[in-house]
Design a protein around this ligand. Sequence first.
Ligand code: AHG
Ligand code: MN
Ligand code: MN
Length: 335
Amino acid sequence: MAKKNQSLGEFIIENQNEFKYSSGELSRLINSIRLAAKVVNHEVNKAGLVDILGAAGDLNIQGEDQQKLDVYANEVFIKTLTNREIVCGIASEEEDDYITIKGRNEKNDNKYVVLIDPLDGSSNIDVNVSVGTIFSVYRRVTPSGTPVTMDDFLQPGINQVAAGYIVYGTSTMIVYTTGHGVNGFTLNPAIGTYYLSHPLMKFPETGTIYSVNEGNYIHFPQGVKDYIKYCQKEEEDRPYTSRYIGSLVSDFHRNMIKGGIYIYPNTSKNPDGKLRLLYECNPMAMIAEQAGGLASNGFKRILEIQPISLHQRVPFFCGSKKMVEKAEEFMANAK
Ligand code: AHG
Ligand code: MN
Ligand code: MN
């Protein structure tokens, strides 16, 4: 039972027996993520103070500028999970290939793989706007005792055993689910402890916020254009409010609390959309569904898509149930 003000450490221990194969491995994994998040949080918070801003000069596999904090966050999460030998593999938005971890005594017998977007919304770093981290956890499908293979990472989102995000905002929060609802914990930076501040988070069934990069309007599919016009129409509770931070974690977090829809559709520039199925859409989709919301590619449920590559992109419609259903209706009816 979630108790408000309980610390994340206490919560993890108390809820451990909710997991089907409770060996404590998943609890230790979440513990490592919470620790890495504190380290990254510390660095994000002083980003304006020290000279760590600006591009590192590398391009990541998607051909985007990599900021220094991306590199830093990537290293911290990978090192924390690797050193503690509690996962058998990691895939990161910032790495071309997945990483194999042999684990204790080089036995390859750990159960879980982690997929991570170490720093989401990185274009917001140098303007002091919220960024985040997104993570997703699967049980491996290949036999224990052997090194992981691509099959362990290319699982449909429905197989996730846990998913979550950290938002480095006005407060730092970790929000996650292990399939038993969504709980949000706020970091008290003075003592370095996260407390349960948002037990059993729920998307309002409908809302009045739509979040989309409208600058790309001309390149949107007709269904999205029609839905945006619907959002802007003077009728019932509309026009809706437009809010777009440009950091999926922050846009999603606000919409889950206030009620809203986030859309990153396919465009003529990005025919598969921009967001990554494995590091961004699947974990957010699991959280959304666990919170009573929906996540779709405009036509079908995100969690049921069979991935074909690590860095695959997908159009993303996510948020309050009724709003996503309405957007899907416009997609289906578009000429
Ligand atoms: P990342 O920083 O991990 O590359 O992700 C950025 C993503 C997402 O967080 C955000 O919602 C979206 O890109 C914004 O894209 P546009 O600037 O094209 O609107
Ligand atoms: Mn991202
Ligand atoms: Mn990123």
